[in-house]
Design a protein around this ligand. Sequence first.
Ligand code: NDP
Length: 432
Amino acid sequence: LRRNPGEAEFHQAVDEVFASLAPVLKKHAKFEAAAILERLCEPERQIIFRVPWVDDTGQVRINRGFRVEFNSALGPFKGGLRFHPSVNLGIVKFLGFEQIFKNALTGMPIGGGKGGSDFDPRGRSEGEVMRFCQSFMTELYRHLGEYTDVPAGDMGVGTREIGYLFGQYKRITNRYESGVLTGKGMGWGGSLVRPEATGFGTVLFANEMLATRNQSLDGQRVLVSGSGNVAMYAIEKAQALGATVLTCSDSSGYVVDERGIDTELLKQIKETERGRVSEYAERRGAVFVDSGSVWDVPATVALPCATQNELDEAAAKRLVESGVVAVAEGANMPTTRAAVSLFHEAGILFGPGKAANAGGVATSALEMQQNASRDAWTFDHTERRLEEIMVGIHERCAATAEEYGAPGNYVIGANIAGFLKVADAMLALGVI
Ligand code: NDP
C-alpha cells in the first residue's frame, strides 16, 4: 500500500489472488524463500508517456499513455490496450497483474502485461482516432516486438485502432512484423475467431461449469451486461447453445428484450453505426431502462461483460434471490469480492475472469502462431482449438481446487493453478 498509493483496483486484484495462496505457500517453502510474491507484485517495467495529438479543430490535445510490462517468465509480455477516460496506472496494473495468471492458465507461452490511455474514442472522428493511435505508437513502438511485448485490444480498442497502431509500427520500424500486435483484421494477419473468442470462451466456460451439475445453457434465461466486443459474442454463443439472452447495456442504461437479443441488429448498431443500446431498444421495440442495472432482471445465468466492479454485493443479493445458478465473468474483475463471497455461500457456480475470459488471449496466441508460420487457419479449426483450450482451463481450475481442499471453487483453482505455473518458471530463471 505504501509503495503504490491510490491504486485501489490494483490492491483489490492482488488481495484476491493472495487470499487464495496460503495452502500453496504452506506446502512449498521455496516460494517464500525466493520472495516470489514480492516479485510478482512489482512489474518488470512500467512505461508512462505523453501522447500529443491535434483534434479536428486544430486544438492540441494531450493524453497519457501507459504500458505495464508485468511478468515475462513464460513468454513475451502479452495483454491488451484500453482507451477509456477512466484509465490510470492503478487500473492498468490491476489488468496487467490479472493477465499474468490468466495467460499462465491458457498453457500458452505468453507473459503478462497491459496498457492503454485515458483517451476517450467516443465521439471522435476517424481522423482524430487515427492521429491519436499514430502518436501513441510513436512512443510505444520502441518497447514492442514479437519476442518482447505483444499488445492487443481491450475496451475502446478494436480492429480499427489495432490497424492504425500496426500501420504506424510498420512505418517507423520498416518491418512487416505481423506478430507484434494481435486482434488484426482478417485481410492483414488477423486470425479467424479472434473477434468472437473472449465472448465465445466465456460461454463455453459457463457451460462446462453447468455440466458438473448435469445442466447446460440450453433453456437458461441469461443476463449479459455491456454491448462491446465481449458482450456481443457472449450473447451470440449463449443463444446458439439454446439460451435466451434478455439484456445488454452500455454506460447510459440497459435493454430488456424478452424475445432474446437480436445479435444481427445489435452488431449493425454497435459495430457498423457505432451507436448506443437505446437505439437498439427503439428499433427492436424492446424496453430501455436508464437507471439501475441488468442485474435487476430475474434470470438463471449472469455474464458480466462490461467493466470492473459492475456487480456489487447488493446486485449479487438480487441475483441469488432470483434463482441464478451460474455466473461467469467475461469482463475483468466485474464482480466485487463481497459479491463473489455471496455467490460461494449460496452454492452458485462462479467462473472468475482470469479463467472464464481467457479465450481471447489464448486465441491471440493462436494468431501469433499463424503469423510465425505464415499460415491462416480455417474458422472451424481455430474454434476447435479455442474449445479445447477452454475445456482444458476448466479442468485445470477444477482439479487444482479439488487438490487444495476447495472443490467447486474456481477462484481458488484459477489463482493457484496460474500461480504455480508462473512461480515455478520464475524459480527456474533465477533471481531476475
Ligand atoms: P468494448 O469497449 O468493446 O465494450 C465495453 C462495453 O462495456 C461497452 O458497451 C461500454 O459501454 C460498456 N461499459 C463500460 N463501462 C460501463 C459501465 N460503467 N456501465 C455499463 N456499461 C459499461 O470492450 P470489450 O468488450 O473488449 O471489454 C469488456 C470487458 O472485457 C473489459 O473488462 C475487458 O478488460 C474485458 N476483456 C476483453 C477482452 C477482449 O478480447 N476484448 C479479453 C478479456 C477481457 P459505453 O460504450 O457506454 O462505454
